[in-house]
Design a protein around this ligand. Structure first.
Ligand code: DAH
Length: 347
């Protein structure tokens, strides 16, 4: 390498005119790569510069720096030129209407969860929230689950790795644990609604998911009866699914309620005549409920001779499925905009 060679490059650069490029942006980029790219002209000259005789270093070094500055300056010029040309090309028409900005919207599960919470808050229930990682006591023992109950099995429950000196800890399998926390820390009258996320060790399919949402309600006071429960359920069903909705209660079993029941509503799709959603029965299963078992009240430090209560729990995904005819649980978690946008208008 020598001074003349470098000066030739400098002249070449100075003579380059972007106005003559056909595809300005692309060719300007090629120019940059040619001179300043990793394996470009300037890089390789600097590489060669290392091995020239010391007495030439000063002279050659100077022109080499001039070359680098010339290339950089040219690229800055190119950039400014390309930008200006683009602006002129698009000649922004300020009279055009603005692009439509898609506003965000709530997820359908939030919408339904808020709706349920709202319906209960209108009759005096207040929201209670609690932890998603729970211990055995709040999840099972205080709720009267016997030690060998299948819900305590690894197959149903995600256990968190056991730490020294700690009792069993798991991701909560239901929001009924919130009942226990509230009763332990408050004196009746208690009237709470507990919406939240729950976790179960299930294979994911159209009908089951390992993460879902529940809303739990609890009312404890003097002289709370099954009639109070039934009337609350009827009120809820009508508010949620429409004035014409009917309910029916079927005897059931939960460890934490006695007696226990499951509530069905008249099918809101066929009006009770029978269709494929209600499998021809005219009824849809909606929630579990019952009178709080005295053992649960006592476990939480509430005198079961003085107080009684009712509790109920429902799945939010199922409510949303029935309300909006969602056929596959997985849709809730995929965040496919084609699904989400169908609920844009409901707030
Ligand atoms: N915890 C129950 C479940 O996860 C739902 C439930 C049923 C809650 C009856 C209640 C109840 O409070 O009384 O399936």
């Amino acid at each position: 390498m020598n001074r003349a060679e470098i000066e030739a490059y400098i002249r070449e650069i100075q003579a380059t005119k972007i106005e003559e490029f056909k595809d300005r942006a692309a060719e300007a980029e090629l120019f940059r790569i040619k001179y300043l790219g990793k394996k470009g002209v300037i890089g390789s000259l600097f590489e060669q510069f290392k091995s020239i005789p010391p007495e030439q270093k000063k002279e050659v070094g100077q022109v080499l720096n001039q070359l680098k500055v010339a290339a950089q300056t040219k690229i800055e010029e190119f950039k400014a030129f390309v930008e200006e040309a683009e602006l002129a090309d698009n000649a922004h028409d300020l009279t055009l209407p603005a692009d439509f900005a898609q506003p965000g919207s709530r997820h359908v599960l939030s919408v339904v969860m808020n709706e349920i919470t709202d319906i209960f808050s209108r009759i005096g229930f207040t929201v209670a929230e609690s932890v998603e990682i729970e211990d055995d006591w709040h999840l099972f023992s205080a709720l009267n689950f016997p030690p060998d109950h299948p819900a305590r099995d690894m197959q149903d429950t995600f256990f968190v790795e056991k730490q020294e000196g700690m009792s069993e800890v798991a991701l909560r399998t239901h929001t009924s644990s919130v009942q226990v926390r509230v009763m332990e820390n408050n004196k009746p009258p208690i009237r709470i609604i507990a919406p939240g996320r729950v976790f179960r060790n299930e294979a994911i399919s159209a009908r089951a998911h390992c993460i879902f949402h529940q809303v739990e309600a609890l009312y404890v006071d003097k002289k709370v009866t099954f009639a109070d429960l039934k009337q609350t359920l009827l009120y809820f069903a009508k508010e949620m699914f429409g004035e014409q909705t009917q309910i029916r209660l079927r005897p059931s079993y939960f460890p934490f309620t006695e007696p226990s029941a499951e509530m069905d509503i008249s099918c809101n799709i066929c009006g009770g005549k029978g269709c494929n959603i209600c499998k021809g029965t005219g009824w849809l299963e909606i929630l579990g409920c019952g009178m709080v078992d005295p053992n649960v009240l006592e476990a939480c430090g509430i005198d079961s001779h003085e107080y009684t209560g009712f509790a109920l729990g429902m799945g939010v995904e199922r409510m949303a499925m029935l309300k909006y005819q969602v056929r596959d649980l997985r849709l809730y978690f995929e965040n496919d905009l084609r699904f989400l946008r169908q609920f844009d208008t409901i707030l």
